[in-house]
Design a protein around this ligand. Structure first.
Ligand code: CTP
Length: 417
């Protein structure tokens, strides 16, 4: 019989640490399921010495995850999603080692990575030998975690599996369940740090930002053009994030199938020459972000009449080089925006080429991403990028383009202020 609690049907991510108390986690799963909750279990490697994935899996009715690599088979669920696709994260048993990793932000296995990546509240049910719990190092770590907002239940006093007596026993499943229900009754989402949240709200207040986005189409004749597969999703997301951060935003976009983001002034163009003209007209600005996939070349001449196919086996197609909009803005002797940021889309030597573009185009920041057959950056919803600045390089995990946009805007706001 499934008994529905006040907060029935919630999603619990249960991280099972490597301790003898792991057997009690099986009972916890059973009780959570009885209350109508959905449980996904992740087992630390050492937990598998005490209980099996099979037993946890038969109780949750779900795949049990146990290391980062298994996730590569689960195209739909990467570790970030796994950590977020829950209403609450419960660590039971939380071993001394796990608490130490959590307190210091280590992420060297799936369990610790999820605990670092999650945006949901965490309840920890410690279980360890009494001396380990009372050790100043563990006390210090538990203190750090409490200050970080991690909730604790237990440990309880009692006789321990190792024969000693004192605090260290994991709380009983019944008590953990009660603590879970109590937490589920209020908001379990951890607010984003101000710099990344909508409260980045004021991070760019009073600033003007120009963003280019989408491809350019370079006409050959009245019906044909040279173009590329850029969807404009990343550039548009950046414009939206800048507006959400309080900036006055001008978005200059090539032809895309996207709506204009709310709160930005959108200017639509077709060609690189038009895009450059509009960028120059929109200056001055505090920040320029060149996210457009500008065609490097355009047909040297545009035929006023449609080119006919009966002109032999082929036609010569002389091309003229387009101006580099990003470099033109980056190298402006006067009226250069305080920050100029661009993208480097590369199929090979990603970081080397991106570093070259940072210098050659006189940029303050380059977002480098891999494009090509293996990647769905062009047109896809996710992006995996490296951020290069004069100060060094950061590599960001794969994330949706909106999240890349928010982080990029937070980063630029930080650099500007
Ligand atoms: N860019 C630009 N104007 C151009 C070409 C590129 O403003 N004519 C900008 C893009 O918006 C992007 C950056 O320059 O921010 C890098 O674009 P990318 O296509 O990676 O490189 P290219 O400079 O075109 O060089 P290459 O194609 O040789 O890699």
């Amino acid at each position: 019989m499934v008994l529905m609690g006040v907060s029935a049907g919630k999603r619990i991510l249960l991280i099972i640490g490597g301790g003898i108390a792991a057997y009690k986690s099986l009972e916890l799963i059973r009780r959570l399921r009885q209350k109508g909750h959905f449980v996904r279990a992740v087992m630390a490697e050492a937990a598998q010495r005490f209980i099996t994935k099979l037993s946890a899996g038969s109780l949750t009715g779900e795949t049990v995850y146990d290391d980062l690599f298994a996730l590569t088979d689960e195209a739909a669920m990467g570790h970030i999603e796994l950590s977020r696709d829950a209403d609450l994260v419960v660590v039971a048993p939380a071993t001394a080692d796990m608490l130490a990793k959590m307190a210091h932000g280590l992420a060297d296995d799936l369990a610790s990575t999820l605990l670092l990546a999650t945006d949901k509240k965490i309840l920890a049910a410690p279980a360890m030998n009494v001396r380990m719990w009372l050790h100043p190092a563990t006390a210090r770590n538990a203190g750090i975690l409490r200050r970080d907002g991690i909730a604790f239940i237990g440990p309880e006093d009692g006789a321990m599996a190792c024969g000693e007596f004192g605090p260290g026993r994991m709380s009983e499943p019944e008590a953990i369940l009660a603590a879970i229900e109590e937490m589920l009754a209020s908001d379990t989402k951890i607010p984003l740090p101000a710099a990344l949240s909508g409260q980045a709200a004021n991070a760019l207040a009073g600033r003007r930002v120009i963003v280019t986005s989408g491809p350019t189409h370079e006409p050959l004749d009245p019906v044909r053009y040279i173009g590329n597969r850029s969807s404009g999703k990343q550039g548009h997301a950046i414009a939206a994030a800048a507006a959400a951060a309080g900036a006055e935003v001008v978005l200059i976009s090539g032809p895309v199938a996207l709506a204009d983001p709310k709160g930005v002034t959108a200017i639509h163009v077709n060609t690189a020459l038009e895009m450059l003209r509009e960028v120059e007209a929109a200056l001055p600005a505090d920040i320029f972000i060149g996210a457009a996939a500008v065609a490097d070349w355009r047909p040297a001449e545009i035929s006023t009449a449609k080119l006919k196919k009966d002109t032999g086996n082929g036609i010569p197609l002389p091309l003229a080089k387009n101006p580099d909009i990003l470099a033109t803005v980056g190298r402006r002797p006067k009226g250069r925006p305080a920050l100029v940021a661009g993208f480097a889309a590369e199929t090979e030597k990603l970081l080397e080429n991106a570093q070259g573009k940072l210098a050659a185009k006189n940029c303050d920041l380059i977002v480098a991403n891999e494009v090509g057959a293996e990647s769905d950056v062009l047109g896809g919803d996710k992006n995996k990028v490296h951020i290069l600045t004069g100060q060094g390089r950061e590599s960001w995990p794969l994330m949706v383009k909106e999240e890349v946009a928010r982080r990029l805007i937070a980063k630029l706001a930080g650099m500007l202020n």
